[in-house]
Design a protein around this ligand. Sequence first.
Ligand code: ZN
Length: 437
Amino acid sequence: MTINKNVVYFWDPDVGNFHYGAGHPMKPHRLTLCHSLVLHYGLHKKMQIYRPYRACPQDMIRFHSDEYIEFLQRVAPHNIQSFNKDLVRFNLGGDCPVFEGLFDFCSMYTGASLDGAVRLNNQSCDIAINWSGGLHHAKKFSASGFCYVNDIVIAILELLKCYARVLYIDIDIHHGDGVQEAFYLTDRVMTVSFHKYGQYFYPGTGDMYEIGAENGRYYTVNVPLKEGIDDNSYFHTFKGVIENVMEFYQPTCIVLQCGADSLAGDRLGCFNLSNKGHGECVKYVKELNVPLLVLGGGGYTVRNVSRCWTYETSLLLDEPISDEIPYNEYFEYFARDFSLHPKINTKQNNANSKQYLEAVVQAAVENLRCLAHAPSVQMQEVPGSFLEDLSLEDEMEADPDSRILKKDCPEKAKPNEFYDDDKDQDRGVENKENSKS
Ligand SMILES: [Zn+2]
Protein backbone atom coordinates (compact mmCIF):
# COMPACT_ATOMS: atom_id res chain seq x y z
CA MET A 1 0.00 0.00 0.00
CA THR A 2 1.32 3.45 -0.79
CA ILE A 3 0.84 6.17 1.77
CA ASN A 4 1.00 9.78 0.67
CA LYS A 5 4.09 11.35 2.14
CA ASN A 6 4.68 14.82 3.36
CA VAL A 7 7.24 16.02 0.82
CA VAL A 8 9.31 19.19 0.95
CA TYR A 9 11.28 20.42 -2.05
CA PHE A 10 13.99 23.06 -2.08
CA TRP A 11 14.48 25.55 -4.84
CA ASP A 12 16.80 28.53 -4.93
CA PRO A 13 15.99 30.57 -8.05
CA ASP A 14 19.67 31.50 -8.46
CA VAL A 15 21.20 28.02 -8.31
CA GLY A 16 20.76 27.32 -12.02
CA ASN A 17 22.54 30.50 -13.08
CA PHE A 18 26.14 29.49 -12.36
CA HIS A 19 28.55 28.48 -15.12
CA TYR A 20 31.48 26.14 -14.66
CA GLY A 21 32.89 27.50 -17.92
CA ALA A 22 32.65 26.92 -21.67
CA GLY A 23 32.75 23.26 -22.56
CA HIS A 24 32.55 22.02 -18.98
CA PRO A 25 30.11 19.10 -18.76
CA MET A 26 28.61 20.16 -15.42
CA LYS A 27 25.80 22.59 -16.19
CA PRO A 28 23.82 23.97 -13.26
CA HIS A 29 21.28 25.10 -15.86
CA ARG A 30 19.93 21.51 -15.82
CA LEU A 31 18.43 22.43 -12.43
CA THR A 32 16.46 25.31 -13.96
CA LEU A 33 15.12 22.99 -16.65
CA CYS A 34 14.12 20.42 -14.07
CA HIS A 35 12.37 22.99 -11.92
CA SER A 36 10.51 24.34 -14.93
CA LEU A 37 9.21 20.83 -15.73
CA VAL A 38 8.21 20.30 -12.11
CA LEU A 39 6.16 23.51 -12.24
CA HIS A 40 4.62 22.85 -15.65
CA TYR A 41 3.55 19.39 -14.58
CA GLY A 42 1.86 21.04 -11.58
CA LEU A 43 3.88 19.00 -9.08
CA HIS A 44 4.48 22.10 -6.92
CA LYS A 45 0.85 21.89 -5.85
CA LYS A 46 1.48 18.55 -4.20
CA MET A 47 4.41 19.48 -2.01
CA GLN A 48 5.82 22.30 0.05
CA ILE A 49 8.42 24.32 -1.83
CA TYR A 50 10.98 26.27 0.16
CA ARG A 51 13.74 28.63 -0.76
CA PRO A 52 16.49 26.91 1.20
CA TYR A 53 18.80 28.07 3.92
CA ARG A 54 22.25 29.10 2.66
CA ALA A 55 25.12 27.31 4.33
CA CYS A 56 27.78 29.46 5.96
CA PRO A 57 31.47 28.60 6.42
CA GLN A 58 30.71 27.35 9.96
CA ASP A 59 28.37 24.72 8.50
CA MET A 60 30.98 23.66 5.96
CA ILE A 61 33.83 23.22 8.44
CA ARG A 62 31.83 20.59 10.24
CA PHE A 63 33.43 18.38 7.61
CA HIS A 64 35.95 20.38 5.61
CA SER A 65 39.17 21.93 6.85
CA ASP A 66 39.13 25.63 7.81
CA GLU A 67 41.90 26.42 5.32
CA TYR A 68 40.04 24.89 2.41
CA ILE A 69 36.76 26.67 3.13
CA GLU A 70 38.54 29.98 3.69
CA PHE A 71 40.21 29.54 0.32
CA LEU A 72 36.86 28.79 -1.39
CA GLN A 73 35.51 32.05 0.03
CA ARG A 74 38.43 34.12 -1.22
CA VAL A 75 39.29 32.69 -4.62
CA ALA A 76 37.63 34.19 -7.71
CA PRO A 77 38.37 34.36 -11.44
CA HIS A 78 39.89 37.86 -11.08
CA ASN A 79 42.39 36.92 -8.33
CA ILE A 80 43.19 33.35 -9.31
CA GLN A 81 46.83 34.28 -10.20
CA SER A 82 47.65 35.03 -6.58
CA PHE A 83 46.58 31.56 -5.44
CA ASN A 84 48.79 29.36 -7.62
CA LYS A 85 50.04 27.14 -4.78
CA ASP A 86 46.62 26.84 -3.17
CA LEU A 87 44.99 25.87 -6.44
CA VAL A 88 47.23 22.81 -6.57
CA ARG A 89 46.85 22.11 -2.85
CA PHE A 90 43.04 22.23 -2.95
CA ASN A 91 42.70 20.75 -6.44
CA LEU A 92 41.02 23.70 -8.10
CA GLY A 93 41.41 24.47 -11.79
CA GLY A 94 40.93 21.74 -14.38
CA ASP A 95 37.88 19.60 -13.55
CA CYS A 96 36.96 21.85 -10.63
CA PRO A 97 37.28 25.33 -12.12
CA VAL A 98 37.15 28.62 -10.23
CA PHE A 99 34.06 30.35 -11.61
CA GLU A 100 32.14 33.50 -10.77
CA GLY A 101 30.08 33.00 -7.61
CA LEU A 102 31.64 29.64 -6.73
CA PHE A 103 31.22 30.05 -2.98
CA ASP A 104 27.59 31.20 -3.33
CA PHE A 105 26.86 28.15 -5.46
CA CYS A 106 28.35 25.89 -2.76
CA SER A 107 26.42 27.66 -0.05
CA MET A 108 23.13 27.24 -1.94
CA TYR A 109 23.35 23.54 -2.72
CA THR A 110 24.84 22.72 0.68
CA GLY A 111 22.31 24.86 2.53
CA ALA A 112 19.43 23.04 0.83
CA SER A 113 20.72 19.60 1.86
CA LEU A 114 21.27 20.83 5.40
CA ASP A 115 17.80 22.37 5.49
CA GLY A 116 16.38 19.02 4.40
CA ALA A 117 18.27 17.24 7.19
CA VAL A 118 16.99 19.72 9.79
CA ARG A 119 13.39 19.26 8.67
CA LEU A 120 13.77 15.48 8.79
CA ASN A 121 15.23 15.82 12.28
CA ASN A 122 12.25 17.97 13.29
CA GLN A 123 9.92 15.42 11.76
CA SER A 124 8.27 18.18 9.79
CA CYS A 125 8.44 16.09 6.61
CA ASP A 126 8.83 12.48 5.50
CA ILE A 127 10.82 13.22 2.36
CA ALA A 128 13.05 16.20 1.55
CA ILE A 129 14.22 16.77 -2.04
CA ASN A 130 17.26 18.82 -3.12
CA TRP A 131 18.13 18.20 -6.75
CA SER A 132 20.95 20.76 -6.55
CA GLY A 133 22.81 18.66 -3.98
CA GLY A 134 24.50 15.26 -4.04
CA LEU A 135 28.08 16.40 -4.78
CA HIS A 136 29.58 13.17 -3.53
CA HIS A 137 33.24 13.48 -4.59
CA ALA A 138 34.26 16.51 -2.48
CA LYS A 139 36.93 15.67 0.12
CA LYS A 140 37.72 17.10 3.51
CA PHE A 141 40.75 18.98 2.23
CA SER A 142 39.99 19.45 -1.45
CA ALA A 143 37.63 19.66 -4.38
CA SER A 144 37.23 16.63 -6.60
CA GLY A 145 35.24 15.59 -9.67
CA PHE A 146 33.22 18.84 -10.16
CA CYS A 147 32.39 18.84 -6.40
CA TYR A 148 33.66 21.47 -3.97
CA VAL A 149 31.71 21.15 -0.73
CA ASN A 150 30.33 17.77 0.26
CA ASP A 151 26.73 18.65 1.08
CA ILE A 152 25.93 14.98 1.63
CA VAL A 153 28.44 14.49 4.44
CA ILE A 154 27.33 17.75 6.07
CA ALA A 155 23.65 16.74 5.88
CA ILE A 156 24.39 13.28 7.29
CA LEU A 157 26.31 14.80 10.21
CA GLU A 158 23.17 16.81 10.99
CA LEU A 159 20.94 13.72 10.69
CA LEU A 160 23.18 11.86 13.14
CA LYS A 161 21.97 14.24 15.85
CA CYS A 162 18.59 12.53 15.71
CA TYR A 163 18.96 9.25 13.86
CA ALA A 164 20.88 6.31 15.24
CA ARG A 165 21.71 4.73 11.90
CA VAL A 166 21.82 6.58 8.59
CA LEU A 167 21.92 4.66 5.32
CA TYR A 168 23.49 6.39 2.32
CA ILE A 169 22.62 4.98 -1.11
CA ASP A 170 24.33 6.25 -4.27
CA ILE A 171 23.07 5.43 -7.80
CA ASP A 172 25.29 7.92 -9.66
CA ILE A 173 27.45 6.12 -12.26
CA HIS A 174 30.54 7.22 -10.31
CA HIS A 175 31.64 5.81 -6.99
CA GLY A 176 30.49 7.89 -3.99
CA ASP A 177 34.06 8.16 -2.75
CA GLY A 178 33.84 11.39 -0.71
CA VAL A 179 30.96 10.12 1.40
CA GLN A 180 32.47 6.66 1.80
CA GLU A 181 35.78 8.11 2.95
CA ALA A 182 34.08 10.42 5.49
CA PHE A 183 32.27 7.56 7.23
CA TYR A 184 34.72 4.72 6.57
CA LEU A 185 35.45 4.15 10.25
CA THR A 186 31.98 4.39 11.78
CA ASP A 187 28.96 2.12 12.13
CA ARG A 188 26.60 5.10 12.48
CA VAL A 189 26.47 5.47 8.70
CA MET A 190 26.35 2.69 6.12
CA THR A 191 27.35 3.78 2.62
CA VAL A 192 26.17 1.72 -0.35
CA SER A 193 27.36 2.74 -3.82
CA PHE A 194 26.38 1.21 -7.20
CA HIS A 195 28.77 2.39 -9.88
CA LYS A 196 30.82 1.65 -12.94
CA TYR A 197 34.17 0.27 -11.89
CA GLY A 198 37.28 -0.64 -13.86
CA GLN A 199 39.17 0.52 -16.94
CA TYR A 200 40.25 3.68 -15.08
CA PHE A 201 36.70 4.95 -14.80
CA TYR A 202 36.60 7.98 -12.47
CA PRO A 203 37.37 8.09 -9.53
CA GLY A 204 38.98 4.64 -9.62
CA THR A 205 37.80 3.54 -6.16
CA GLY A 206 34.77 1.45 -5.19
CA ASP A 207 36.14 -2.05 -5.44
CA MET A 208 33.94 -4.64 -3.72
CA TYR A 209 36.74 -5.26 -1.23
CA GLU A 210 36.47 -1.74 0.22
CA ILE A 211 34.22 -2.65 3.14
CA GLY A 212 35.04 -0.16 5.90
CA ALA A 213 37.53 -0.40 8.76
CA GLU A 214 37.65 -0.47 12.57
CA ASN A 215 34.15 0.26 13.93
CA GLY A 216 33.06 0.76 10.34
CA ARG A 217 34.16 -2.66 9.11
CA TYR A 218 31.33 -4.09 6.97
CA TYR A 219 29.50 -0.74 7.01
CA THR A 220 30.77 0.20 3.55
CA VAL A 221 29.15 -1.64 0.65
CA ASN A 222 30.39 -1.31 -2.92
CA VAL A 223 28.66 -2.74 -5.96
CA PRO A 224 31.07 -2.43 -8.91
CA LEU A 225 29.33 -2.72 -12.27
CA LYS A 226 30.43 -2.87 -15.88
CA GLU A 227 29.28 -0.75 -18.80
CA GLY A 228 25.94 -1.10 -20.51
CA ILE A 229 23.86 -2.30 -17.56
CA ASP A 230 20.14 -2.21 -18.38
CA ASP A 231 17.02 -1.55 -16.32
CA ASN A 232 16.24 -5.13 -15.37
CA SER A 233 19.69 -6.19 -14.32
CA TYR A 234 20.31 -2.92 -12.47
CA PHE A 235 17.11 -3.05 -10.46
CA HIS A 236 17.52 -6.74 -9.70
CA THR A 237 21.01 -6.04 -8.35
CA PHE A 238 19.87 -2.94 -6.48
CA LYS A 239 16.98 -4.73 -4.80
CA GLY A 240 19.11 -7.78 -3.99
CA VAL A 241 21.57 -5.59 -2.07
CA ILE A 242 19.21 -3.05 -0.50
CA GLU A 243 16.74 -5.60 0.89
CA ASN A 244 19.61 -7.21 2.76
CA VAL A 245 20.96 -3.87 3.90
CA MET A 246 17.53 -3.09 5.34
CA GLU A 247 17.34 -6.40 7.14
CA PHE A 248 20.82 -6.33 8.62
CA TYR A 249 21.30 -2.61 9.24
CA GLN A 250 17.77 -1.35 9.93
CA PRO A 251 18.50 2.29 9.18
CA THR A 252 16.36 4.93 10.86
CA CYS A 253 16.96 7.45 8.05
CA ILE A 254 18.06 7.19 4.41
CA VAL A 255 19.94 9.60 2.15
CA LEU A 256 19.59 8.76 -1.55
CA GLN A 257 21.94 10.30 -4.13
CA CYS A 258 20.23 10.08 -7.54
CA GLY A 259 23.05 10.99 -9.93
CA ALA A 260 21.51 10.90 -13.42
CA ASP A 261 24.74 10.12 -15.26
CA SER A 262 23.77 6.46 -14.90
CA LEU A 263 21.11 7.06 -17.58
CA ALA A 264 21.60 5.87 -21.16
CA GLY A 265 23.00 8.59 -23.40
CA ASP A 266 24.78 10.52 -20.67
CA ARG A 267 27.65 12.63 -21.98
CA LEU A 268 30.10 11.04 -19.52
CA GLY A 269 28.36 7.81 -18.54
CA CYS A 270 28.18 4.35 -20.14
CA PHE A 271 25.20 2.67 -18.48
CA ASN A 272 21.97 1.96 -20.27
CA LEU A 273 19.24 2.89 -17.81
CA SER A 274 15.98 4.54 -18.79
CA ASN A 275 14.18 7.05 -16.59
CA LYS A 276 11.88 4.26 -15.56
CA GLY A 277 14.74 1.97 -14.55
CA HIS A 278 16.47 4.73 -12.58
CA GLY A 279 13.17 5.77 -11.04
CA GLU A 280 12.36 2.20 -10.02
CA CYS A 281 15.20 2.40 -7.49
CA VAL A 282 13.91 5.71 -6.13
CA LYS A 283 10.40 4.28 -5.80
CA TYR A 284 11.74 1.20 -4.05
CA VAL A 285 13.59 3.31 -1.48
CA LYS A 286 10.58 5.56 -0.97
CA GLU A 287 8.42 2.54 -0.22
CA LEU A 288 10.73 1.42 2.57
CA ASN A 289 8.92 4.07 4.62
CA VAL A 290 11.99 5.48 6.33
CA PRO A 291 12.57 9.28 6.58
CA LEU A 292 14.31 10.14 3.33
CA LEU A 293 16.60 12.87 2.00
CA VAL A 294 16.71 12.76 -1.82
CA LEU A 295 19.60 14.47 -3.61
CA GLY A 296 20.78 15.01 -7.18
CA GLY A 297 24.38 14.43 -8.26
CA GLY A 298 26.00 13.86 -11.63
CA GLY A 299 24.16 14.02 -14.94
CA TYR A 300 25.65 15.60 -18.05
CA THR A 301 23.00 15.40 -20.74
CA VAL A 302 20.86 18.27 -19.60
CA ARG A 303 17.50 17.17 -21.04
CA ASN A 304 17.92 13.66 -19.60
CA VAL A 305 18.71 14.95 -16.14
CA SER A 306 15.73 17.29 -16.04
CA ARG A 307 13.33 14.59 -17.25
CA CYS A 308 14.69 12.05 -14.81
CA TRP A 309 14.47 14.19 -11.68
CA THR A 310 11.04 15.50 -12.66
CA TYR A 311 9.79 11.94 -13.07
CA GLU A 312 11.36 10.98 -9.75
CA THR A 313 9.71 13.95 -8.05
CA SER A 314 6.38 12.57 -9.31
CA LEU A 315 7.22 9.11 -7.98
CA LEU A 316 8.10 10.51 -4.56
CA LEU A 317 4.74 12.32 -4.56
CA ASP A 318 2.82 9.29 -5.87
CA GLU A 319 1.48 11.61 -8.54
CA PRO A 320 1.45 10.04 -12.01
CA ILE A 321 2.39 12.48 -14.79
CA SER A 322 1.88 12.38 -18.54
CA ASP A 323 4.51 11.12 -20.93
CA GLU A 324 3.93 14.27 -22.97
CA ILE A 325 6.21 17.13 -21.88
CA PRO A 326 4.04 20.17 -21.14
CA TYR A 327 4.84 23.34 -23.04
CA ASN A 328 7.44 25.37 -21.16
CA GLU A 329 10.09 27.99 -21.81
CA TYR A 330 12.71 25.30 -22.53
CA PHE A 331 10.48 23.21 -24.77
CA GLU A 332 13.04 23.01 -27.62
CA TYR A 333 15.41 21.01 -25.39
CA PHE A 334 12.98 18.11 -25.58
CA ALA A 335 12.67 17.93 -29.37
CA ARG A 336 11.88 15.88 -31.29
CA ASP A 337 9.71 13.57 -29.32
CA PHE A 338 8.77 15.90 -26.42
CA SER A 339 8.41 12.77 -24.34
CA LEU A 340 9.23 12.22 -20.68
CA HIS A 341 10.26 8.64 -21.45
CA PRO A 342 11.96 8.73 -24.84
CA LYS A 343 13.16 5.48 -26.36
CA ILE A 344 16.74 4.82 -25.38
CA ASN A 345 19.43 4.19 -27.92
CA THR A 346 21.13 0.94 -26.97
CA LYS A 347 24.60 1.58 -28.27
CA GLN A 348 26.21 -0.17 -25.33
CA ASN A 349 26.08 -3.92 -24.88
CA ASN A 350 25.44 -5.05 -21.35
CA ALA A 351 28.86 -6.28 -20.17
CA ASN A 352 27.38 -7.55 -16.88
CA SER A 353 26.57 -11.24 -17.09
CA LYS A 354 23.90 -12.68 -14.84
CA GLN A 355 26.59 -14.72 -13.09
CA TYR A 356 28.73 -11.66 -12.48
CA LEU A 357 25.87 -9.71 -10.95
CA GLU A 358 24.82 -12.63 -8.79
CA ALA A 359 28.37 -12.96 -7.50
CA VAL A 360 28.55 -9.24 -6.67
CA VAL A 361 25.28 -9.35 -4.74
CA GLN A 362 26.36 -12.53 -3.00
CA ALA A 363 29.62 -10.94 -1.87
CA ALA A 364 27.77 -7.91 -0.49
CA VAL A 365 25.30 -10.09 1.38
CA GLU A 366 28.06 -12.21 2.89
CA ASN A 367 29.67 -9.07 4.30
CA LEU A 368 26.34 -7.86 5.65
CA ARG A 369 25.93 -11.15 7.50
CA CYS A 370 29.09 -10.31 9.41
CA LEU A 371 27.40 -7.26 10.94
CA ALA A 372 26.25 -7.38 14.46
CA HIS A 373 22.53 -6.81 13.88
CA ALA A 374 21.63 -3.10 13.88
CA PRO A 375 24.16 -1.39 16.14
CA SER A 376 22.61 0.95 18.66
CA VAL A 377 23.89 4.17 20.08
CA GLN A 378 23.24 5.47 23.56
CA MET A 379 19.88 7.19 23.75
CA GLN A 380 20.00 10.58 25.38
CA GLU A 381 18.41 13.96 25.09
CA VAL A 382 17.84 15.41 21.62
CA PRO A 383 19.89 18.54 20.98
CA GLY A 384 18.51 21.73 19.46
CA SER A 385 19.08 22.38 15.82
CA PHE A 386 21.75 24.87 14.93
CA LEU A 387 19.45 26.43 12.35
CA GLU A 388 17.64 28.53 14.89
CA ASP A 389 15.31 30.17 12.39
CA LEU A 390 13.56 26.95 11.50
CA SER A 391 11.03 26.62 14.26
CA LEU A 392 8.76 23.77 13.29
CA GLU A 393 7.47 22.41 16.59
CA ASP A 394 3.86 23.10 15.65
CA GLU A 395 4.02 20.76 12.72
CA MET A 396 5.64 17.94 14.64
CA GLU A 397 2.45 16.42 15.96
CA ALA A 398 0.99 15.57 12.57
CA ASP A 399 1.05 11.98 11.32
CA PRO A 400 3.22 10.47 14.05
CA ASP A 401 2.91 6.96 12.62
CA SER A 402 5.06 7.64 9.65
CA ARG A 403 7.82 9.30 11.63
CA ILE A 404 10.53 8.21 13.93
CA LEU A 405 9.74 7.99 17.60
CA LYS A 406 11.47 10.41 19.93
CA LYS A 407 13.02 7.52 21.77
CA ASP A 408 14.85 6.62 18.59
CA CYS A 409 16.65 9.93 18.78
CA PRO A 410 20.13 9.55 20.21
CA GLU A 411 22.16 12.29 21.77
CA LYS A 412 23.72 14.68 19.37
CA ALA A 413 26.89 13.56 17.80
CA LYS A 414 29.54 15.55 19.58
CA PRO A 415 30.59 18.40 17.33
CA ASN A 416 33.01 16.99 14.82
CA GLU A 417 32.79 13.58 16.40
CA PHE A 418 34.34 11.95 13.36
CA TYR A 419 36.74 14.66 12.34
CA ASP A 420 38.43 15.99 15.44
CA ASP A 421 41.51 14.05 14.72
CA ASP A 422 42.98 14.38 11.26
CA LYS A 423 44.87 11.19 11.80
CA ASP A 424 41.58 9.32 11.76
CA GLN A 425 40.98 10.46 8.23
CA ASP A 426 44.42 9.44 7.18
CA ARG A 427 44.07 6.10 8.85
CA GLY A 428 40.88 5.55 6.90
CA VAL A 429 42.72 6.11 3.68
CA GLU A 430 45.56 3.84 4.69
CA ASN A 431 43.20 1.09 5.62
CA LYS A 432 41.45 1.38 2.33
CA GLU A 433 44.75 1.07 0.54
CA ASN A 434 45.64 -1.96 2.61
CA SER A 435 42.36 -3.63 1.95
CA LYS A 436 42.98 -3.31 -1.78
CA SER A 437 46.37 -4.92 -1.77
ZN1 ZN B 1 28.69 10.96 -11.52
